[in-house]
Design a protein around this ligand. Sequence first.
Ligand SMILES: [Zn+2]
Length: 465
Amino acid sequence: MRAAIYCRISRDNEGRELGVGRQHQDCRREVERRGWTVADLYVDNDLSAYSGKPRPEYRRMLNDVQAGTVGAIVAWHPDRLHRSVRELEDFIDVIAQTGATVATCTAGDYDLSTPDGRFTARILGSVARKESDDKSRRLRRKHLELAEAGHISGGGTRPFGYESDRRTVNRSEAKLVREAAERVLAGESIRGIATDWNARGVQSVTGKPWSAHVLKRLLTSARIAGLREHRGAVAATADWPAIVDRQTWERVRAILLDPRRQKNAGRTARRYLLTGFGTCGLCGAKLVARPRDDGRRCYVCASGPGFSGCGKIRVLAEPLEELVRDMIFVALDSPATAAALSPAPDDDDEGRLREAIRQDEEALAELSRDYYTDRAIGRVEYLASRGPLEARIDEAKRRLADQTSQAGVLADLPVGDTLRDEWESRSLDWRRALVKAVLAEVRVGPAVKGRNRFDPDRVDVVWRA
Ligand SMILES: [Zn+2]
């Protein structure tokens, strides 16, 4: 058997201690032990902080596996091979196509041709490790916060996150601010976070309970990014330290200031996972959340005044939501779907959108100056130019908000059973963000007459991408 040896130097703990020399030596021994021969050695230097950096040698190795010039891959540990869910899933695809053997020095063989083997690989891979690290870090942080939050004294009008000199960072509050920013990026609603803070006894600076409004003002304020604001625009870098880095802050702002957000903050929609996604299989209208007379939650195609539907579809919410949830789990388990669904957040695209917004906002300001201050243009001209500019800014902000909230929820997504646990422990807002990230539409057809039980065949899901 001709084997490829793969080594990777990286910045993580394992990689720092584990030079290529050591990896290579152990792998060579493993090849000999099995009576194989070394076909080639592939080494990537992955020291860049950005873990999505391409690995040319890894690519070349997979090509050789696909071409059939090597029949086995030997690595020190599975985490040398895959850095993310996507990479693991792509790897599983290649192995499934070629039937190549995968062996590691520290975790033995793993058989990627069976569901059990794939599950083990996912657990062994760096993804699982990172996820569990993150989870315990999150838990530790939560305990610490709870302990510390009890000591915060109220009173005064200092800004939350800073001491009364308005310069010194209050560490426990700063952590809360960062936590809230993360949660917004992961798709939670500002109201949900405020409720949670109140339940946890987090004190505001005035001593009043947190409201969505106050929390939103905090998270969108330039102060927490270490910036000074003047009339709604960032004027300068401030002389106090930032609590949240600028890019995170801008993403949070893009989501919270999304013009669509204010409009559909309806309360009834909040208990329903699929509002906005469900459509009528007969007439195509959006399904509306509406409880039955006995109080059980339903989605209906609504007809009558104010509604455009045919009125012929009604479905119980619970079994429909469970079915869609399970379909999402299965889809994210399948390598092809998972890979297709999670487009990496395109930083270039994000930068372009931001730049476009900035330019349009500048043009808008200039236009106002021309009209109000300099009287260089008339009212008709002013209004005619302002409309399209505002529409374009709104549209760009919408796209930015979509991109960031989807990338946010997909970026940290665990796999397999961990995903199922995560779903159970998360808020409805988080679940809705995940639904939004992966599917475009849930079409519900008519029930077969006389059939009382929920019929999954009525449901058709349209995936994104
Ligand atoms: Zn209908």
